[in-house]
Design a binder for this molecule. Structure first.
Ligand SMILES: *Cc1c(COP(=O)(O)O)cnc(C)c1O
Length: 387
């Protein structure tokens, strides 16, 4: 039965989603380490041991696959665990191209692990397809990117990147955390693999950490599943249940957060203490048209420069409703100082070129009333000032 996205958030694919034998409406938490067998060579339940598979996690993986249009998905204990599994696909000598504006943890992964393991990693501006194309070498195996990117909200043309990847036999891997499957499905645009930090919009309540890989090709999925079983960073049953519950309201949350973000971004543009606003939903954003052509929404992440370091610091100290904290995508509005919190491990020259400076703030719009969010931003921006 073909159903709409909102319905898939609740039921997954109604034809194939794992059913619960007691017909519980909320899928149960199978809090068990292992599963029994009746006789050798028979596995009635299909489950053996929770590191490798668990019904609550399987149900979650089926729901996420239904949202991303994937052949299958794997739930990990964090986004970084999922991303680490991706990079363990490659061998010494392989070359990977990454977007230069990237989640800080991925940059750290390359510095600490990928390079030591013999991978060559180059960061390029993937919004510039000529630059991306000319960075491809004979030993290049994959393009790894975020769109919108973190924290500068740059937009890469996914169809064009997929064409380029196909022409050169590369994997296209897209971190879809910022828009989530609610607004963007990279696999349908030609990507091979989608990465998620499920700690953000998918779970949506700032209460759990998780990660996902969603693949188009079943053979690639099986390779990754074997890696996840081997290294063991799979998602626990209780956390799987929390993410399942969070996803039920994914589209309702994201639509409302986006609506508020549009109003807040406009308001920030008009504030004398704000210099530059990066929100994909603003028509003047350089990636606005490309995003509109490949996604169904603009999301609710806003980055902006204040007029000075002092204003940025004062804002962080004076917010009352909004919380100064890392992370994003949840019910609570969070404001982050990328330079100190998420991107301190990005080399300084690159950080400055990208604009990740001491005046940059990243704001994740939550589900509080938009008027209250703006009132809080106003009092924090104007604290100790005679405006
Ligand atoms: C948070 C985040 C990650 C890392 O995920 P964790 O769940 O924190 O390990 C990766 N990519 C993006 C875009 C993120 O926002």
């Amino acid at each position: 039965m073909e159903v709409q996205f909102d319905t898939r958030c609740i039921h997954g694919d109604p034809d194939t989603a794992l059913r619960e034998e007691h017909r519980a409406i909320s899928y149960p938490i199978y809090q068990t380490a292992s599963f029994s067998h009746l006789k050798p060579g028979h596995n009635e339940s299909g489950f053996d041991y929770t590191r490798e598979s668990n019904p609550t996690r399987s149900r979650l993986e089926q729901v996420v696959s239904a949202l991303e249009g994937a052949a299958g998905s794997i739930a990990f204990s964090s986004g970084m665990a999922a991303i680490s599994a991706v990079f363990s696909l490659f061998a010494p000598g392989d070359h990977i191209l990454c977007s230069e504006d990237l989640y800080g943890g991925v940059t750290r992964l390359h510095t600490l692990i990928s390079r030591k393991n013999g991978l060559a990693v180059d960061c390029v501006d993937t919004t510039d397809l000529t630059a991306l194309s000319s960075a491809i070498r004979p030993e290049t195996r994959a393009i790894y990117l975020e769109t919108p990117s973190n924290p500068m909200m740059k937009i890469t043309d996914l169809r064009a990147a997929a064409r380029l990847a196909r022409r050169h036999g590369l994997l296209l891997i897209v971190d879809n955390t910022f828009l989530s499957p609610c607004f963007q499905n990279p696999l349908a645009l030609g990507a091979d693999l989608v990465v998620h930090s499920g700690s953000k919009f998918l779970s949506g309540h700032n209460d759990t950490i998780s990660g996902f890989l969603c693949a188009r090709d079943p053979a690639l999925l099986e390779k990754l599943r074997l890696l996840s079983k081997t290294t063991g960073a799979t998602l626990a049953p209780f956390d799987s249940w929390l993410v399942l519950r969070g996803i039920k309201t994914l589209s309702v949350r994201m639509e409302r957060q986006q609506e508020s973000a549009g109003v807040i971004a406009r308001w920030l543009c008009g504030h004398p203490r704000v210099r530059e606003v990066y929100y994909v939903g603003l028509p003047e954003h350089p990636g606005h048209a490309v995003n509109a052509a490949q996604a169904r929404g603009f999301g609710s992440m806003i980055s902006f420069h204040t007029d000075s370091r002092a204003t940025a610091l004062r804002l962080l100290e004076h917010v009352k409703l909004i919380t100064f904290a890392e992370s994003l995508g949840g019910t609570e509005s969070l404001i982050t100082y990328p330079m100190l919190q998420t991107h301190p491990d990005v080399p300084e020259a690159l950080r400055l070129r990208l604009g990740i400076t001491e005046t940059l703030l990243r704001f994740s719009v939550g589900l509080e009333h938009v008027d209250d969010i703006i009132a809080d931003l106003r009092q924090a921006l104007e604290a100790d000032h005679d405006l």
